[in-house]
Write a protein that binds this ligand. Structure first.
Ligand code: FES
Length: 233
């Protein structure tokens, strides 16, 4: 006979409750101290098959190799281009240097008028006149007075301009700063500090007047009294 107080003895169902299925384990009332587990935690959701599989490596595009070849071709063309530019520049520099060196071997030649020259016979000159025929060619005036000839160098003693003979005013006038010189070559106006210079003047073997600009005579040094600064006739 079963004991009513034996816990192992199944209790009769409460009135109104459905009888337990035959052979089913006995249910026990929920323990309030037992923590509740969410339903989601209990049963993880199944993953899709596709997600489980490792993603496959993307297949290389079909044009990758073609682009690489193009890039290599561009790089090679750029290298050839800049190499060519460099060689052209180098060749141009060498050519310029060669031309400059060659030019250096042939210095400029200055064609200056001769320093010594003949200006004709004494009979060709008129007393009291300034002959301007030789100014452009040789840079001198030949002047005849009652005693003879002298040759004035046509260079202003201020800053080196070339004065002009003004027959109407009977003077030499410098166009640069206005210096004026008498027919003798002595300065009398403007900034010129001293008289014009005279050139050596003599008679040549053939009887013509010879002027030599390489020998000069300066009035302020008392050289106008020297022989060959004046040609007596
Ligand atoms: S250069 Fe002749 S006046 Fe100055």
């Amino acid at each position: 006979m079963a004991d009513e107080k034996d816990p192992s003895t199944p209790k009769p169902p409460a009135p109104g409750a459905e009888p337990a299925a035959l052979g089913a384990p006995p249910t026990r009332p929920p323990d309030p101290a037992e923590p509740k587990v969410p339903a989601e935690a209990k049963a993880p959701e199944p993953r899709p098959a596709a997600a489980k599989a490792a993603p496959a490596a993307p297949a290389p595009p079909a044009t990758t190799s073609a682009k690489s070849a193009d890039a290599e071709g561009v790089s090679r063309r750029g290298f050839i281009k800049w190499t060519t530019v460099g060689w052209v520049a180098f060749s141009a520099a060498c050519t310029s240097g060669l031309v400059a060196s060659t030019r250096f071997m042939f210095p400029n030649v200055l064609f200056e008028p001769p320093q010594s020259f003949k200006v004709g016979f004494p009979s060709e000159y008129t007393v009291g006149e300034v002959d301007t025929r030789w100014k452009d060619a040789y840079g001198v005036w030949v002047v005849r007075n009652s005693e003879g000839f002298y040759a004035l160098i046509a260079v202003c003693t201020h800053l080196g301009c070339s004065p002009n003979w003004l027959a109407a005013e009977n003077k030499f006038k410098c166009p640069c700063h206005g210096s004026g010189f008498y027919k003798t070559g002595v300065n009398f106006e403007g900034p010129a500090p001293r008289p014009l210079e005279r050139a050596r003047i003599v008679l040549s073997d053939d009887g013509q007047i010879l002027v030599d600009k390489s020998v000069k005579f300066q009035a302020e040094k008392g050289e106008w009294t020297k022989e060959e600064s004046f040609l007596k006739v």
